[in-house]
Design a protein around this ligand. Sequence first.
Ligand SMILES: [Zn+2]
Length: 125
Amino acid sequence: MDQALRSYILTRDGGCIARLTVAWCATLWPMFQGLPEPGECRNTWGDVISPFELDKMTIEEVKAELRAGRKAGYSKESCVCVCPGHHFEGRGPGAKWCTKAVVREAVRLYIPAANEKARERGVMV
Ligand SMILES: [Zn+2]
């Protein structure tokens, strides 16, 4: 994937988005409240890592609802930062958290809000 886009998404999201389910994020990111418990962030081998280790993070592509079944194509409107554990290929407890339907719903609300906040902060692709 395009390095500028990857860098933008890592900066915009600041780490694995599963961390945003914690209660104190409710004001900024209400769409993440009440989702299934994601558990710890993990690397490719299932070891626990920090959600802020950006060099270990991966990008998950979330298809827009109306285009389900089609590749959305990597863009800042379709991608979020997740750890390898919460990614669709994840292993261990909390694996594939990002692929759950309710999480997908939340992510679709999150992406435009996060892009808007990034724009306000002057973060560009
Ligand atoms: Zn994670």
